[in-house]
Design a protein around this ligand. Structure first.
Ligand code: ZN
Ligand code: ZN
Length: 368
């Protein structure tokens, strides 16, 4: 993504580290590294590691053969020192030499265990902790460019849902429909297809069912939950529920409650309320309609460079929503052996409400 202010992000990270008594933050390839310096490095066995020191001095340690790739990323445009290591060198000793022997070091939550243990060996006097508390609070608050990237991702996945009714036909399998959807996700501008859920009939009662060889049948509810990653690095994630013919009175009555619950939760979301209160806004309606037992997951998750990240919209999370926080609102109901449904939009909090990144209608789409 263009417009990453690498120097500002590194300075903010160093400040968080100081506030938390951490001497250095070590990031390896993954979403945290991409967030920090815009470098979308491939996770490999050779160590690439950004060292963010609490003093504010930062260094990127890379294998020599990755130097050109690192320089081509936004990290190459700022005064970030890049230190290369050659085949045969010990990169862990190099990282250890950059920090005090008894430092408190926060490690990327996504770091491979192999690297965590090599670092522990190279720095026996160091205290290791997770970097999540340093970085999540920064990544949660999306800046203008990130908000625009999420809105663009939302528009792209909406354009795929617009095509879904023409893929869904009685007699086709979930897998065939899923293949068409995967093609459409790429066609819509995503760089990667992250997941395709086509859950039909009884399969719709399993929230994370993907696809199977089940043949779509008259009367099926079909939950279609799809997402991908845009070239910006930002993810889409949206669910709509479809029906092949008439899904029956019981389903339709529950779906009507679900639709109100989802819309009520979106209405309740804004800066200043807690994550728990947004979950409750959706859950209370389902509970009072006798569907509470069937709503078996949290209402939502944060989204950005990862499909699932903080903040989580769940009971007990008293985190107060701030402007720029982006998350899904996706209540559902799941009746084992029978049917299920879910409606999911991504929203971005503002002071007086939310920007809704997904704008497809919520009504059940009945395929004649
Ligand atoms: Zn989803
Ligand atoms: Zn989701």
């Amino acid at each position: 993504m263009h417009g990453i202010d690498v120097a500002a992000r590194l300075a903010a990270m160093a400040q968080r580290a100081r506030e938390q008594g951490i001497d250095g933050v070590l990031l390896t390839p993954g979403p945290d590294l991409r967030y920090a310096i815009g470098y979308d490095a491939i996770p490999l066995e050779r160590l690439t590691c950004l060292v963010v020191r609490a003093s504010g001095e930062c260094l990127l340690v890379v294998p020599r053969l990755e130097l050109l790739a690192a320089q081509a990323s936004p990290a190459g445009n700022v005064a970030l020192e890049i230190r290369t290591w050659d085949e045969g060198d010990d990169p862990y000793a190099l990282v250890a030499s950059l920090l005090p022997a008894t430092a408190k070091v926060a490690l990327d939550n996504h770091m491979w265990a192999e690297k965590v243990l090599h670092l522990r060996e190279a720095m026996p006097g160091v205290t290791q902790s997770l970097a999540g508390p340093v970085i999540a609070s920064l990544r949660m608050r999306k800046d203008e460019a990130e908000r625009a990237a999420l809105v663009a991702a939302g528009a792209a996945i909406d354009s795929v849902h617009e095509l879904v009714p023409q893929f869904l036909r009685a007699g086709r399998t979930e897998r065939e429909v899923g293949a068409d959807i995967s093609d459409a996700i790429l066609q819509a501008g995503h760089e990667v297809v992250d997941f395709v859920i086509v859950a039909s009939g009884p399969n719709s009662a399993s929230p994370h069912h993907e696809v199977s060889d089940r043949v779509l049948t008259e009367g099926d509810a079909v939950v279609v939950d799809i997402g991908g990653t845009m070239p910006s690095g930002y993810c889409s994630d949206s669910t709509r529920t479809y029906a092949i013919g008439d899904p029956g009175e019981e389903f339709l009555a529950a779906y009507a409650v679900l639709q109100r619950a989802q819309e009520e939760a979106v209405r309740s979301a804004r800066a200043g309320v807690t994550c728990a209160s947004i979950d409750a806004a959706a859950r209370d309606l389902l509970v009072s309609a006798g569907l509470g037992e069937l709503f078996i997951h949290r209402t939502g998750h944060g989204i950005g460079l990862e499909t699932h990240e903080e903040p989580y919209i769940v009971a007990g999370n008293d985190l107060v929503v701030e402007p720029g926080m982006a998350f899904s609102i996706e209540p559902g109901f799941y009746l084992e052996g029978r049917f299920g449904a879910r409606i999911e939009d991504i929203v971005i909090a503002t002071d007086d409400g939310v920007i809704v990144a997904n704008t497809r209608p919520h009504d059940l789409v009945v395929i004649a």
